[in-house]
Design a protein around this ligand. Structure first.
Ligand SMILES: [Fe+2]
Length: 298
């Protein structure tokens, strides 16, 4: 039987922080806050709260078997932002379909957000699944005949200009171990970072998945047939070729003005049919836009 998924990403909700610590004032968050407010970069997301309200209605009413969220719920990884985003998206709302979620780099913007596992605390009910021992990532969820595998590629970086990610060898070893226990069915990785840009080159050094080549090779060994991600705010699809043995889909940002959208995937056997729905500001609704198809290998 076919399964119907909804994929959304890069929500970037922001909330007034509940008190800055001394380290925030002199640290990376101050730079981030300055970018958002004084330089006006946050204005691209000024409609995000109302877009998320509309998204949530669609999540509840369009007959999805499962939801997929590929990260960046927040702007600066504040606890207040995390709670706001989880609440707005309906995490824990039993009337929504189950979901698989991974953090984006903005959700672990500083080391403390990562260490205190703020994303995992707020999105816990979207992070249930099969794991290797006590390790949090990766984890797998089965939807019909399809395996969704959450792989964390986001990490806290010291410098404000460093937005790079890394999966790391320990997690890749667990990915091997986890996938060896899964019964047959398409294996779809859900992660924040892309493997490649639309040009099929890696992203610039300070924005890329640092171990992208290694991750790609291990994913191939593990029988991965599709990589779902965000991070880049414009959407694109990379079908397989000699350099990329599995397809990748970037859903882009669901809430950034004029780029806003999400994807619906219907997977029947190894065939994936996708519908992109984009936000119509005047109508205050998502409407049908592009369609594409992919064959999932393996
Ligand atoms: Fe990101």
């Amino acid at each position: 039987m076919a399964v119907k998924l909804c994929h959304f990403s890069d929500i970037h909700l922001t909330a007034k922080p509940m008190g800055w610590s001394a380290r925030d004032v002199v640290g990376k968050r101050a730079t981030g806050w300055f970018n958002l407010t004084a330089l006006g970069r946050g204005s691209r997301f000024r409609h995000a709260p109302s877009v998320v309200d509309v998204l949530r209605r669609d999540l509840a009413t369009r007959g999805y078997d499962h939801l997929v969220f590929s990260g960046d719920a927040t702007m600066l990884g504040f606890e207040s932002e995390m709670k706001l985003a989880a609440n707005a998206l309906g995490v824990g709302d039993a009337t929504l379909p189950p979901c698989i979620a991974v953090p984006g780099n903005h959700d672990v913007y500083i080391g403390r957000a990562e260490k205190k596992r703020l994303f995992e605390a707020s999105f816990a009910s979207w992070q249930q699944g099969q794991r290797v021992g006590d390790s949090y990532y990766p984890f797998a969820q089965k939807v019909g005949h399809v395996w969704l595998i959450a792989l964390n590629s986001s990490r806290a970086n010291f410098w404000p200009w460093d937005a790079s990610g890394r999966v790391g060898e320990p997690q890749l070893a667990r990915l091997r171990e986890l996938t060896a226990t899964l019964d047959p069915g398409p294996r779809i990785v859900v992660s924040h970072y892309p493997i490649m840009m639309p040009s099929r080159r890696p992203e610039p050094r300070y924005h890329r998945l640092r171990d992208w080549k290694r991750v790609k090779d291990v994913a191939v060994e593990c029988g991965v047939s599709l990589w779902l991600h965000g991070h880049k705010h414009g959407w694109y699809v990379l079908p397989t070729d000699a350099e990329l043995p599995f397809a990748t889909i970037c859903v882009g940002s669901t809430t950034q003005a004029r780029r806003w959208g999400y994807h619906e995937y219907t997977i029947d056997g190894g065939k994936l049919a996708a519908l992109r729905r984009v936000y119509d500001l005047a109508a205050g609704a998502f409407v049908d836009a592009d369609r594409f198809e992919l064959e999932l290998k393996g």
